[in-house]
Design a protein around this ligand. Structure first.
Ligand code: FEO
Length: 401
């Protein structure tokens, strides 16, 4: 039988560990994930969030290691996305709780996912609280972090902030607290999670971080719905990381992304990258044939320049470039400069198309796009170097401001 893990006097972790997760709606995960759910053992026994549907049995076993699941009185859904709500209908059917709560928009989202739940979920809003016995659960709506319905719940007494996706990461761990795990790995996965999930909502993240002290919550544990929980001396760590990720301050680091058919665009990419390096900036080069769109997103968060190269094929972008640029445009990075380049045979539309994507993502173009027919000559590689130098110089000027 799989067991619950006690995280405080009244609260048990009853989630699931997805060791095998490799793909999360297009986001390639490298270290699996957890779907965290929490059982509050007060007079009203309360379950905060559920797990992805295939993990329902695991969650129920962990709950049963503490209490008969039929004794659960209240279920709270902090986030309607199906990695947390997938088991909700089955849990409600099994437990028959006296109340189920979600944010106002959460009720609408859950009813739109699970039509049989219509009328069965009560809405709560920021400032509302429910009494559980010795403790109470207070609600803070966190709209667009990262869905309209998203909210935090705060448990008085044990002082636990249940933060759903916020401050989480896709990282399957058997040790539940952050201080029991490897910090550089958590940093890498938190950064990757932020880049792929939360980046477009950075203005809302900064607003929440500003408002946080004013909420008057005496937090002892931050308990996200994915990955390790934060406590003690590490409580400030995810807050500081989120501030850094959300601000996207200009750093003298560039990312060169490219794809290539016959190595011509690759030659251009290397010449561009070398010239960026010669300006004194850092540069990372990723070939889209050997990385995923999630790798590109994570690398983009560390950079303040995005330079993209693609061959032209059938009057269009190389398909992998179009895939990654579509994804990165949706993530709406801030404070970035960039440029485009590519080899072509007879029409050469790719560079203009890359520029449209970059402009759509809010990237400021600081050098004219560079097209090279077939294989770059030494003179063409000099032009690539000039493009790289223009990007590096612009980056240095920006980062000195
Ligand atoms: Fe972990 Fe937005 O779901």
């Amino acid at each position: 039988m799989m067991k619950a893990i006690r995280i405080s006097p009244k609260v048990w972790w009853v989630g699931a560990i997805d060791w095998q997760l490799k793909e999360f709606h297009g986001y390639t995960t490298r270290r699996g994930s957890t779907y965290n759910a929490f059982l509050i053992m007060d007079r009203k026994i309360t379950l905060v969030d559920t797990v992805k549907a295939p993990f329902f049995g695991e969650m129920m076993e962990r709950i049963a290691s503490v209490v008969d699941p039929a004794k659960i009185d209240v279920i709270v859904s902090n986030h309607a996305e199906m990695d947390h709500s997938g088991s909700l209908p089955e849990t409600i059917a099994r437990v028959n709780p006296s109340a189920v709560y979600a944010s106002t928009l959460g009720v609408k989202a859950l009813e739109a996912h699970f039509h049989d739940l219509a009328g069965k979920i009560a809405p709560v809003k920021s400032g509302d609280a429910i009494e559980l016995g010795e403790s109470s659960l207070k609600f803070v709506e966190t709209r667009m972090l990262h869905w309209p319905d998203s909210m935090f719940s705060y448990l008085t007494g044990d002082n636990i902030l249940f933060s759903q996706d916020g401050f989480g990461m896709h990282y399957a761990v058997s040790k539940i607290f952050a201080d029991e795990n490897d910090l550089p790995t958590m940093r890498e996965e938190a950064e990757r999670y932020y880049a792929n999930i939360l980046l477009p909502y950075s203005p809302q993240v900064l607003k929440l971080l500003d408002a946080f002290p004013g909420l008057g919550l005496d937090v002892a544990v931050i308990a996200p719905d994915h990955g390790p929980l934060w406590r003690g001396g590490m409580l400030g760590t995810p807050l500081a990381w989120y501030k850094e990720f959300a601000e996207q301050a200009v750093t003298p680091n560039a990312l060169v992304l490219y794809d290539t058919m016959w190595h011509s665009t690759e030659k251009m990419a290397f010449a561009v990258a070398d010239a960026i390096r010669e300006t004194g900036c850092g540069v990372q080069v990723l070939c889209l044939a050997s990385c995923t769109r999630s790798d590109a997103a994570a690398a983009m968060l560390k950079a303040s320049a995005l330079v993209v190269g693609s061959p032209t094929i059938n009057n269009d972008l190389y398909p992998r470039t179009a895939d990654v640029l579509t994804y990165l445009r949706g993530l709406r990075p801030k404070n970035m400069v960039g440029a485009a380049f590519g080899s072509f045979g007879w029409s050469g539309e790719s560079v203009a198309k890359i520029e449209e994507y970059l402009k759509g993502a809010g990237v400021e173009l600081v050098a004219p796009g560079l097209k090279v027919k077939y294989v770059p000559t030494a003179a063409a590689l000099d032009q690539c170097a000039a493009l790289g130098k223009a990007v590096g110089d612009a980056l240095l000027a920006r980062s000195a401001q």
